[in-house]
Write a protein that binds this ligand. Structure first.
Ligand SMILES: Nc1ncnc2c1ncn2[C@@H]1O[C@H](COP(=O)(O)OP(=O)(O)OP(=O)(O)O)[C@@H](O)[C@H]1O
Ligand SMILES: [Mg+2]
Length: 450
């Protein structure tokens, strides 16, 4: 495919401009769909007596830059592409005799470059270090998250097509697609991040007040003692982030298999095998679900299995793995409390399609899961670990749990939630395991002695 074709499909305003929504500038012809590029005199006419808006001029210049780019240009050579864009841009501006201020010129070149080789209107957001998440709901509704709070930005796309073209650019390199029939996609950028944020460390999370250093010392001991852990929480509550930090506590000599929909975990250990699930192709074939990966992973003889998120039947395989020699395994799940996590697990096991009585499922859960770390995004936007809970076993038909750490809210001051993270003082049953394994925690540090 020629360079022009390749970038044509990524060009805003390709195709007829259409009536557009309110406030959407109608575009001058851009040469798409067989229309020849505007001649100098036609351009003069489109310039009209009224001064064109910055955006209109930009789209016009942009299509000329695209026309003039060398069709044999290697698009992966960003430096060269940038250099050419800048050169052609300068030439076109001079030819047209456009009176742009220096600042306008810089801004226009930047936006055109972003459009041609970047993620268009999203680029400035990705460059902004203070932004932790970008959510595109539609052409004129782009939200960001900054310091835990959602904000509506003034970023606008041309139209729905423009949004789709940019989204395609994000997901095409990883073989995913999004369309009317599968409108959801979970993806990451080419540098491996879902957003351009580096993973948080223990120190970061302590600084943010997500959990105390004591809580992390305790969780580190739990990971070293090979407890099976579920991180539970709502959407975007920070489950994956916490799972990543917990995984960092795994000793370097262990063999770890991670299983995810999109590789988000960033493990530093030497022996890590990363498996990614695959959605079905257009014919509905070739899907590799998480569940299949969990089963297959057992053949790789891992010491631990880390599943990014349990949503369905894979929970059963995960619990079985936890119960059969892969202790120290971890996963996350969507639930609003540790108790809720247990009942979600029950439901997920049923989704595996096996005919097990509820009691048997509960026993399986109770013996597999040792610890639930409950993550929450509080009303003021902060994220906290609100419970660290031991799963103790069964009493009758009920799974018995016991909080080891909790967040106790004391009030709200100027919209900020006040409270403290504290040990309940109750000694978890598995603490004996720590001793046996030679893991020593400072006595009294957790409000209990052992
Ligand atoms: N403890 C934290 N403090 C502040 N921000 C955090 C914290 N943990 C995660 N975040 C930010 O919150 C966003 C969501 O985090 P993460 O992906 O870990 O959540 P999640 O619960 O796994 O989300 P999902 O429901 O999409 O799986 C990210 O932008 C991340 O950087
Ligand atoms: Mg997650």
């Amino acid at each position: 495919m020629s360079l022009l074709k390749r970038i044509e499909s990524a060009r805003p305003g390709a195709g007829p401009a259409g009536p557009g929504g309110p406030g959407l500038p109608s575009l001058p012809p851009t040469g798409a769909g067989g229309t020849p590029p505007a001649t100098a005199s036609q351009r003069l006419m489109t310039q009209a007596p009224v001064r064109e808006s910055f955006r209109d001029v930009k789209f016009r210049i942009q299509s000329r830059v695209i026309q003039d780019l060398d069709p044999k240009l290697d698009l992966s050579n960003q430096v060269e592409v940038r250099r050419q864009i800048e050169e052609i841009f300068g030439k076109v501006i001079d030819e047209e005799g456009l009176a742009l201020t220096r600042a306008e010129r810089v801004r226009m070149l930047e936006q055109i470059t972003d459009e041609i080789i970047g993620l268009g209107p999203l680029e400035p957001l990705l460059r902004d270090e203070s932004i932790s998440e970008v959510m595109v709901n539609g052409p004129r509704q782009v939200y960001i998250e900054r310091s835990g709070k959602l904000e509506l930005t003034n970023v606008v796309f041309q139209n729905d097509d423009h949004v789709m073209r940019i989204i395609d650019r994000i997901i095409a390199p990883i073989g995913r697609r999004v369309d009317e029939s599968s409108p959801m996609v979970d993806a990451r950028l080419t540098d491996g991040s879902r957003v351009n944020a580096s993973p948080f460390t223990v120190d970061d999370l302590v600084r943010f007040g997500t959990a105390t250093a004591d809580m992390f010392d305790f969780m580190r001991a739990c990971v070293e003692a090979r407890l099976n852990i579920f991180v539970s929480g709502g959407t975007g509550s920070g489950k994956t982030t916490t799972l990543n930090v917990l995984s960092s506590f795994i000793p370097n000599d262990e063999r770890i298999v991670t299983i995810e929909d999109a590789a988000e975990l960033q493990l530093r250990q030497e022996h890590v095998v990363t498996l990614e699930s695959r959605p079905p192709n257009i014919e509905g074939k070739g899907a590799v679900p998480i569940r299949e990966l969990v089963r297959n992973s057992l053949r790789m003889r891992p010491d631990r299995i880390i599943v990014g998120e349990c949503r369905s039947g894979e929970a059963l395989d995960m619990l079985q793995a936890m119960n059969t020699g892969h202790d120290g395994s971890m996963s996350t799940g969507h639930a609003n409390s540790p108790r809720d996590m247990l009942s979600r697990l029950e439901t997920m096991v049923l989704m595996a399609g096996v005919d097990l009585p509820v009691r048997a499922i509960r026993e399986q859960i109770a013996s597999a899961v040792d610890l639930i770390v409950q993550q929450s995004r509080l009303k003021d936007g902060t994220r906290k670990i609100v419970n660290i809970t031991e799963v103790q076993g069964m009493e009758g038909d009920v799974i018995v749990m016991q909080d080891v750490f909790v967040f106790e809210q004391t009030g709200i001051v100027e919209g900020k939630i006040q409270g403290r993270l504290k040990a309940t003082g109750i000694r978890p049953k598995f603490v004996e395991k720590f001793e046996v394994m030679g893991i020593h925690l400072p006595p009294g540090l957790f409000g209990f002695s052992y």
